[in-house]
Write a protein that binds this ligand. Structure first.
Ligand SMILES: Cc1cc2nc3c(=O)[nH]c(=O)nc-3n(C[C@H](O)[C@H](O)[C@H](O)COP(=O)(O)OP(=O)(O)OC[C@H]3O[C@@H](n4cnc5c(N)ncnc54)[C@H](O)[C@@H]3O)c2cc1C
Length: 441
């Protein structure tokens, strides 16, 4: 391998630019592996890559470089609408699957799983690349190709620890038949880079879907969660959910000895500042802008009061729109239109984090001469107060992500910390409401 490609690749893999998508592992033919999934979950080089292999991997890596404008132009040349926050789109809806089994098993309204089941039943796909909790190590995640409704349901719900979906490309490229793919923004961006360069590894991926993405956590979050209940050995986890039960759901851990630890999702969010994957803080894509169709939680008191599960749904391509139209016609989902303004307002906190916070954090990082991602666009001109707010947020993440802070929080019951976290988050959200909303639209 040329010295330059080798240096570039290892620099990305070792830095916070790596989003752990798994593409490098899949394309390396066993020369790159994830060796420490329960720790930092970093890809490491264990063999000698040929020049062509290294260049192919570098071209597919979205961690360092992914041009939003270039890929938008290529994949969405005729999109009906565009906003720098939402990305290109045909329409925006609030909706849910009409299938109660799908809806109750899903993260939000069950739209993503319902779409996959529909495509399978209509024989428009032969399988779907999705992510479930590992069979062998139920505390970790694993991508696989689902070929039945049951398998799609097995993979439903959000996993808030690191996933490396694109590892599956080594296997899925050999799959005979058409595939749908579900991934997080960084994972999708890598698939789009491969598609744009005509790489054979993604030739059978016909549809791309994905959830909204605020952040993801290291596995240490799960370890810390069970330690707070006095449980030291994560290898005794029998089952793990992040959105168990009715929307918005609970984090739930079942241990081999029958013990169950369960905490409301909003309270389990206390783990975020202690265990966030730093790469999440440099990602500028909340709404999974490069999918055919993406879905998030319909966070609004109007829907939250009703429970059951509601999604915000954004079809971005004609294909994505057609699938939704056909499903609605066949009574497979309910959906009503949502304006761009309401959609942005519903996720103003998330857009602020991604479309303002990330660009400010990237700017801070550049000041310290650290590597920064190149997205081919920047947003700027935020008020000075937003920079001050970011200084506070970033300092807090730095402090709470430290080893002593992580250990201290484990001394308290998660129910207690979760309540404090939810209260302080609401107060903080209210007090910064005007800062974050200013010019947000
Ligand atoms: C890490 C993460 C962060 C998120 N952050 C936000 C947020 O800030 N705001 C918001 O509104 N919504 C967020 N979501 C999206 C939300 O939790 C739901 O996934 C989304 O609303 C779709 O719901 P659904 O019921 O249609 O999906 P489901 O029918 O439950 O299907 C979910 C699909 O996504 C796949 N999937 C789940 N987790 C992962 C993962 N980690 N990596 C790859 N694929 C996965 C599953 O395999 C499944 O196919 C996040 C999701 C994840 C996974």
């Amino acid at each position: 391998m040329s010295v330059k490609s080798h240096k570039e690749l290892t620099r990305i893999m070792r830095s916070e630019l790596c989003n752990r998508c798994g593409t490098c592992v899949a394309l390396s033919g066993g020369k790159i592996v994830f060796a420490d999934r329960e720790k930092k979950y970093r890809p490491i080089l264990i063999g000698e890559l040929e020049d062509a292999e290294a260049n192919r991997i570098l071209n597919a890596c979205a961690g360092k470089k992914f041009s939003f404008p270039e890929h938008r132009k290529h994949f969405y040349p005729e999109s009906a609408h565009f906003h720098p926050y939402t990305g290109p789109y045909e329409n925006i809806y609030i909706g849910n699957s009409t299938d109660p089994e799908i809806r109750v098993n899903a993260g939000s309204g069950g739209i993503l799983s319902a779409v996959l089941v529909y495509l399978l039943e209509k024989k428009m796909i032969d399988g779907a690349i999705v992510t479930r909790m590992s069979k062998e190590k139920p505390w970790l995640t694993e991508p696989f190709i689902a070929k039945t409704r049951e398998e799609i349901l097995e993979a439903a719900q959000s996993k808030y620890i690191i996933t490396s979906v694109n590892e599956i490309l080594a296997e899925s490229s050999e799959f005979e038949g058409n595939l749908a793919y579900v991934g997080l923004p960084g994972q999708v961006q890598s698939i789009r880079k491969l598609q744009k360069s005509g790489d054979p590894s993604v030739a059978n991926i016909k549809y791309i879907f994905g959830p909204f993405y605020g952040n993801t956590l290291y596995f240490s979050s799960v370890r810390s969660f069970i330690r707070s209940y006095g449980e030291k050995d994560y290898r005794k986890i029998r089952k793990l959910w992040f959105r168990h039960g009715e929307w918005p759901g609970n984090m739930r851990v079942e241990m081999e000895d029958g013990k169950i630890f369960e905490l409301k999702k909003f309270h389990a969010n206390y783990l975020i500042p202690f265990h966030i994957l730093k790469n999440s803080l440099f990602c500028t894509d909340l709404a999974n802008e490069f999918t055919d169709l993406s879905g998030g939680d319909a966070w609004s008191p109007k829907y939250e009061e009703r429970g059951k599960g509601f999604s915000i749904i954004i079809p971005r391509t004609r294909v994505g729109q057609e699938i939704l139209d056909n499903m609605k016609r066949d009574g497979r989902l309910e959906m009503t239109s949502c304006s761009e303004e309401d959609a942005i307002s519903m996720h103003s906190h998330g857009y602020d984090l991604k479309k303002r916070g990330s660009f400010i954090r990237i700017r801070f990082r550049r000041m310290f001469l650290r590597q920064v991602p190149d997205y081919g666009y920047t947003l700027s001109g935020f008020p000075f107060s937003r920079y001050l707010m970011e200084l506070m947020i970033s300092s807090l993440f730095l402090l709470l992500g430290s080893w002593p802070a992580r250990r201290t929080v484990e001394l308290f019951k998660p129910e207690f910390i979760g309540k404090i976290f939810e209260k302080s988050r609401t107060t903080w959200k209210k007090s910064t409401h005007s800062i974050k909303r200013k010019d947000l639209g």
